[in-house]
Write a protein that binds this ligand. Structure first.
Ligand SMILES: [Zn+2]
Length: 94
């Protein structure tokens, strides 16, 4: 194999080589929070989403479309509504 072909072969292989992905997880959340909470929409007044802070789920389009695919505990499951409820001391259940 000529040098050029060898380099091309390496280049092709390199394209499929990604560094190992680091998954950041949210720490263990008490099972008592495994229930639905109301989280206000930030953009639409009077609109609410259903958030489960223990399972890191939300009924908003962002979560349903993009975040639901991540594994349990993965920090990418945290949409702004889950975040609001995680950081809000006065969580109000439905
Ligand atoms: Zn959300």
């Amino acid at each position: 194999m000529g040098l050029l072909r060898w380099l091309l072969a390496i280049g092709k292989k390199g394209r499929y080589h990604y560094p190992q992905e680091t998954i950041i997880t949210v720490g263990n959340i008490d099972p008592k929070y495994d229930r639905l909470y109301k989280a206000a929409s930030r953009s639409e007044q009077g609109k609410w989403y259903k958030v489960n802070v223990q399972r890191l789920t939300c009924s908003c389009p962002d979560w349903q479309k993009r975040r639901s695919a991540y594994p349990p505990g993965d920090v990418r499951r945290v949409c702004k509504h889950v975040y609001d409820k995680l950081s809000d001391g006065s969580r109000k259940a439905f």
